[in-house]
Design a protein around this ligand. Sequence first.
Ligand code: BGC
Length: 691
Amino acid sequence: MSFLLKSECELQAIIAQMSLKEKIGQMNQLIVSHENIEEKIMAGDVGSVIIINDEDIERSSQQKKLASQCSEIPLLVSTDVIHGYKTIYPIPLACSSTWNPELVEQVAYHSAQESAADSTDWIFAPMVDISRDLRWGRIAESAGEDTYLNTVFSRAWVEGIQKSGSVAACVKHFAAYGAAEGGRDYNSAQVSERMLREVYLPPFKEAIDAGCKTLMMAFQDLNGIPASIHPLLYKILRQEWGFDGVIISDYNAILELVEHGVAENLKEAAYLAIQAGIDVDMMSNAYSLHLEELVLEGRVDEALINASLMRILQLKQELISEQNKTVSNRDDAKLALQTALESAVLLKNDKNILPLNKQPESIALLGELAADRASLLGTWSFLGEPENTDSIQEAINRKFSGSAVIYNDAQDRAKALDIAKQCEKVVIIIGEQACMSGEAHSRSEPGIPSAQLELLKALKESGNEVIAILLSGRPLILTEAELYCDAILLAWHGGTYAGDAIAEILAGDFNPSGRLTCTFPRSVGQVPLNYNHRNTGRPVLGEGITQFAEAYKSNYIDQTNEALYPFGYGLNYSQVEYKDLKILEPNIKISECLQVEITVENTGSHDCSEIVQLYVRDLVAQTARPVKELKAFKKVDLQAGESRSVQFSLSSEDLGYYNWDNQYQVDAGDFDLWVGPNSKSNLYTQFSLEK
Ligand code: BGC
């Protein structure tokens, strides 16, 4: 009997014939290389497996075959395709800096297809945790600090991953994992219900509305209750949102309920997890060891297991029935290059030092990161191939073949300075290695290494013009470093084709268009420093150091409240002027839409892509509202000298908030509205919503 295309009734019939042990087996997920795994698969004790490295690929397809010989229910193969599988794309934080969800949907689709060709059915992505703390290593996996932007990218990732129908996405980590105190991974999060609903949950809701088939619970405790078993989270998911997909724990998270101190032992942890609503136990063996006993003791109702099993079987059936769909023509290399190009952010470009003229006589290329291929690949690149990735050095050599490119790893500073002195241009690669960000890689001092800082300083003091290429998995503290740089291009960990992208941008073959989706603070002490903070009862009025003189205001006495680089910021080789901001009808009824129009003009001499951003502020509401909130954006191409009108339409539904009772409401009243190139721009107007 084939497992394909069964109705719910027929699946019920299958469930009725299964032993309790077989049912629980479907709820058990192990890594491909787990001890005795083949025997467990044959005994029906495993429902899905996880690939984590190269050797696992072949073994997972053998395990699939083995499972099909023993049971009609297929084994699912899952893995983390976070920013590519073998072809590696820029880290998700970089992808979000493209402000191009259509491009990111392509990235998601292509990487899912590349992994599906190796038998993957289930991808643990996207991560949509709002991340406002640069110390947290997993900020690399997010779309940054803004809820609206994370919502837009959440849909793009889910739709891309699931486009072929044969691969399931898994939105994670539910919820508020990014609010880990002190930016320390796995640490507790304290988030009020209002903040949860307003800031942290919308990207998850959007993923579910986009059809995301599965969801992963977070590791950390949320207000004292581990998220894995948090009743409010399940109530929101299952009852309020009607999510009927599979819920999986994070890696070993059921066992960790014991460490959290909410379960005495693994059996009690299994009890809490099944009662809460976890369908699949990733790696704890809690269900496989204890669920049967808990049912036989009468503590767990078998109906709960049947309900989880039905969701798992429905997922398997949906995926398997689509599996013979042909993979479309893919050009992963081109897409990876385009994404690396669009994700790079030009942070500084004094005296238009960039782009380089095509063939400088000589270029000093400094810093060991210039030769470090693995660091281009970023945090989740287990299957990425450093050996098939060009280093920055190789790409620059190729692009500037008419120049003498002299590479030095800068281990010997005097030597590096000497080379810089002899060359017409100085390019230095600074920042983090890939292994300095990602899961379990939080940093308390997220700056550039001190040797790099000293070299930058010495280069500047010797009179060089310094062009810095910054590799990073997170925003870094650059307050001192930027003083010594004439230009800074943030290239993130840009993936397999990052080297080429950097070389093209340096040469001026591509005009950078990326914009920050996370604030770059001036110091760690300012964190969290998201642009969309509330006003407080005592906001500072001045800017910069004038703030220090403002007594009894919400400021520091030793640091301004301002960011080094604000949310939405990024330069390009041209200049764009914003003018004629108009609201077609500035007093609209709550049921109507607001029509906004602005003219953007490229007044420079390079063609460019401009990310036009629209922000609002609700001036009076029942709760204190953010001083600015991104509500819309458009990426527009402008030829040199071209002027274009850009329109936005906002519905009043976009202007609501959660009231005292945590209910979403839209109020009549006055709003400020800005349109500009970043969150600090001050071209603004006003409008009113009327009852
Ligand atoms: C991570 C998840 C990941 C899982 C499986 C965990 O440590 O938190 O994001 O999907 O491992 O690799």
